[in-house]
Design a protein around this ligand. Structure first.
Ligand SMILES: [Fe+2]
Length: 288
């Protein structure tokens, strides 16, 4: 385990929430601003039978002082009410290892017919081992994807899901993640940080995945007047300001970087509203 000190709630952030009614107002504001982003992703021709499949992607919940138990329960209800076929969690479940373990016991209530899947974020891996996190995910009904993969059999097709360990606090192993699902008709790669993408793109001549789902950046989290303050804590080393968040195509592969749900450092988001994603997979025009 690498030594890493995550951005836990800062002293100004803690003091802010001590103001009268601040916690209540903060929760209400979060409830009002959390958006469900509807993304459409084209399917590779080998998976065109999966047209209409729906997945929720939810990253960076950061359960703890700035996102309390009531909001976590409401979030679970909101995700379940979207009735996705599968749910993908992008890591950073809590502020640090211990709060992540607690968050996972509540995320157990997430439900989808094709299952719930989760990777490891830097905050989750800050003070706990890969094995502890793996066990906590499994014990709470979430299939752990940490340097590993799984293959879903849907409508006679094989959809692979895989992720590496976190690039900051863990030990990513791309061969372990990809080699075990190469039999799939198409793969979704879901590392916590977009900084895993350059090595993943280099893994083989053609990227082995058709979709990458990442969080970690919080969309910059605090962008006064739409300008990101370069603190480095929310910037991806690989994409910087080029892709703080959003859906784009890189190397012929569809990528989504989510602003995520919660907060780090300060209970504040400016020009980076919290979000989760309802992704609809669509047969591409060429295959219709
Ligand atoms: Fe995060």
């Amino acid at each position: 385990m690498r030594e890493y000190h995550p951005h836990r709630p800062s002293l100004p952030g803690r003091l802010l929430l001590l103001l009268p009614f601040a916690k209540k107002y903060h929760a209400r504001h979060h409830r009002k601003t959390l958006s469900v982003i509807h993304n459409t992703v084209p399917l590779p021709s080998a998976l065109c039978e999966l047209d209409g499949l729906k997945a929720v992607y939810c990253s960076d919940i950061h359960y703890g002082l700035f996102l309390d138990l009531q909001r976590l329960h409401e979030l679970v209800e909101q995700i379940n009410s979207l009735k996705p076929d599968l749910i993908i969690l992008g890591g950073d479940y809590g502020e640090d290892g211990p709060t992540s373990l607690t968050a996972l016991t509540h995320l157990k209530a997430l439900t989808a017919p094709l299952g719930v899947y989760g990777c490891a974020g830097n905050h989750d891996r800050a003070d706990i081992s890969e094995e502890e996190l793996y066990r906590a995910l499994s014990d709470n009904g979430i299939k752990p994807l940490i340097n590993s993969s799984t293959v879903l059999h849907i409508r006679d097709k094989k959809l692979g899901l895989c992720a590496v360990d976190d690039v900051i606090c863990g030990t990513p192993d791309y061969a372990a993640a990809f080699s075990s699902c190469l039999e799939a008709d198409g793969i979704i790669f879901l590392p916590h940080s977009p900084d895993a993408l350059p090595d993943a793109f280099r893994y083989s001549e053609k990227p082995p995945f058709f979709l990458a789902l990442c969080g970690h950046t919080h969309g910059g989290q605090i962008n006064p007047f739409g300008l990101h303050i370069r603190t480095g804590s929310h910037l991806s080393r690989s994409f910087g300001l080029r892709h703080l968040a959003g859906q784009f195509n890189e190397n012929g592969t569809e990528c989504i970087i989510s602003r995520g749900v919660g907060y780090t450092g300060l209970p504040l988001r400016l020009h980076a509203k919290p979000e989760l994603h309802l992704i609809t997979f669509q047969q591409s025009e060429a295959n219709r």
